[in-house]
Design a protein around this ligand. Structure first.
Ligand SMILES: [Zn+2]
Ligand SMILES: [Zn+2]
Length: 117
């Protein structure tokens, strides 16, 4: 039921351990990724570019300059990633629901039932 499960863009290539959590600045809503291990801040999904390390503890947003610590960033939603560079990099599995819910009937179409009402 956790609708706001944090999305990540894979392993941080800087520390090779942490996950790059995709977050959004609460001031300007720009997307970036924060490593949960080494605190690297990624401005884009491409790991060929080096991350930046913002000043602690303000952690100012590189886009709008507003700081406020980690609380200044919230987990990005999948809708927000849609159409951005991050969409292809996001790694959260989405096949789980299908596995958890084996269809009791032969058909997968739910439209048939709606038509009978
Ligand atoms: Zn890292
Ligand atoms: Zn910002």
């Amino acid at each position: 039921m956790t609708h706001d499960q944090p999305l990540d863009a894979g392993i941080c290539s800087f520390c090779d351990q942490g996950l790059r959590r995709i977050v959004a600045c609460i001031s300007c809503s720009e997307l970036l990724a924060l490593c949960d291990e080494c605190d690297a801040m990624w401005l884009g999904p491409d790991t060929a570019n080096l991350p930046i390390f913002p000043n602690q503890p303000e952690i100012p947003c590189p886009f709008c300059g507003v700081g406020g610590g980690w609380e200044h960033y919230r987990a990005a939603t999948r809708d927000e990633l849609h159409g951005t560079r991050w969409e292809a990099a996001v790694r959260t599995p989405r096949a789980k629901r299908i596995i958890d819910q084996p269809s009791p009937r032969s058909g997968d179409e739910g439209d048939q039932d709606a038509a009978r009402l």
